[in-house]
Design a protein around this ligand. Structure first.
Ligand SMILES: NC(=O)c1ccc[n+]([C@@H]2O[C@H](COP(=O)([O-])OP(=O)(O)OC[C@H]3O[C@@H](n4cnc5c(N)ncnc54)[C@H](OP(=O)(O)O)[C@@H]3O)[C@@H](O)[C@H]2O)c1
Length: 332
């Protein structure tokens, strides 16, 4: 595929499917060739809106389309296992939205399937592809703040989300943890790896999904991460990582920052700002470029968003849900 355009298929026609497709259309080396929905009318409307040639009223037809190099799965999390599995079974590479699946068991099944078929699979954890987050990670790895001791991060939306919204629906994997908590958790994993222990406390909705959850992750080094997510509380969405020799503060929208500040003991604070050539801070182009460059290289996974990292994050999310008592229909 070296040098060629990568041909994308879009699976689902909701909010993020539209945002991601719009970004793909800005990339000269990407082509969106097909879209699939549970309904033919939705697929057709989406195809008309974005000028996409093929519109399917079922997922299997997209999975079987030999002209599609990679499918972007943008259903609610509850359908990720089925939709991504269908595509992998049919020989398609997959970029699958976060949270990757409902639980680690489903994630392991997808990873095993991709490995068995020798196909590319990646979680759409766009934060890991963001240039500013990569810069922050490089600074921490280079010892800019010494040994990491504390990570704080939060992602809370005020809502209110009506009971009919997917975020309130257990059948669609609703709740704050899988939708929003996955960002603070992935941020802590990026800097410290998988924790040795996880504790959490949540406020649950009458339907049994978490409205807000506080998490405490611990590592054997002594490091701690204090994380929070909410679908009933509009928090600052900030992050901070503190080490033995300093601290990095990331302001609102920490998972796609425009700037962050490095505080080193005994020195003036140093501000790092996004390069304008990297485009708008809410761009999904970085993750799309990562997928395409890996596909062209013949790789089956991304070094920026490795599958072992996705599995580790899913284990932490499972531990959080277990601690607070959120279970989805059909989960053992
Ligand atoms: N990376 C990001 O920044 C970001 C942002 C938002 C959301 N997300 C993730 O993307 C996924 C979708 O979120 P969204 O906000 O786009 O949701 P959404 O607006 O509700 O769209 C989800 C789409 O999935 C399809 N779908 C398939 N099975 C469904 C079911 N059982 N019930 C309802 N819809 C179903 C529907 O499309 P059809 O009618 O065409 O079948 C629906 O429009 C979630 O996993 C979420 O965590 C990521």
């Amino acid at each position: 595929m070296a040098g060629e355009r990568v041909r994308w298929g879009i699976l689902a026609t909701g909010g993020i499917a539209a945002s991601f497709t719009a970004d793909l259309l800005d990339l000269p080396d990407a082509e969106v060739v097909a879209v699939a929905s549970r309904s033919e009318a939705s697929a057709k409307a989406f195809a008309d809106r974005f000028g996409i040639g093929r519109a399917y009223g079922d997922w299997a037809s997209l999975a079987a389309d030999q002209d599609v190099d990679v499918v972007y799965v943008a259903t609610p999390h509850s359908a990720h296992r089925e939709a991504a599995g269908l595509c992998l079974e049919a020989g398609r590479a997959v970029l699958c939205e976060k949270a990757f699946t409902l639980n680690v068991r489903e994630a392991e099944e997808l990873v095993a399937l991709a490995r068995e078929r020798g196909l590319f699979l990646m979680e759409a954890m766009w934060m890991y592809c963001n240039p500013m987050i990569r810069r922050l990670k490089a600074l921490v790895d280079d010892g800019a703040i010494g040994e990491v001791r504390t990570v704080q991060a939060d992602f809370g939306l005020a809502g209110p989300f009506p009971r009919s919204h997917r975020l309130r629906d257990p059948a669609q994997g609703g709740g704050a943890t899988l939708d929003l908590g996955v960002y603070p958790v992935s941020f802590a994993h990026l800097l410290l790896g998988e924790p040795a222990a996880v504790t959490a406390s949540a406020e649950l909705s009458p339907e049994g999904v978490d409205l807000q959850t506080g998490m405490l992750l611990s590592w054997e080094s002594g490091a701690r991460a204090l994380l929070h997510c909410a679908i009933n509380s509009g928090t600052g969405v900030t992050a901070s990582v503190t080490g033995s020799a300093g601290r990095i503060d990331v302001p609102g929208g920490f998972f796609h920052p425009e700037r962050f500040v490095l505080h080193r003991d005994g020195r003036e604070p140093q501000e790092f700002a996004a390069d304008p050539v990297d485009g708008p801070r809410d761009s999904y182009r970085h993750e799309a470029r990562e997928v395409m460059s890996r596909l062209r290289a013949g790789a089956t996974e991304s070094a920026l968003v490795p599958l072992e990292g996705t599995l580790a994050v899913m284990r932490t999310l499972d531990a959080v849900r277990s601690a607070v008592g959120v279970r989805y229909p059909g989960e053992r």
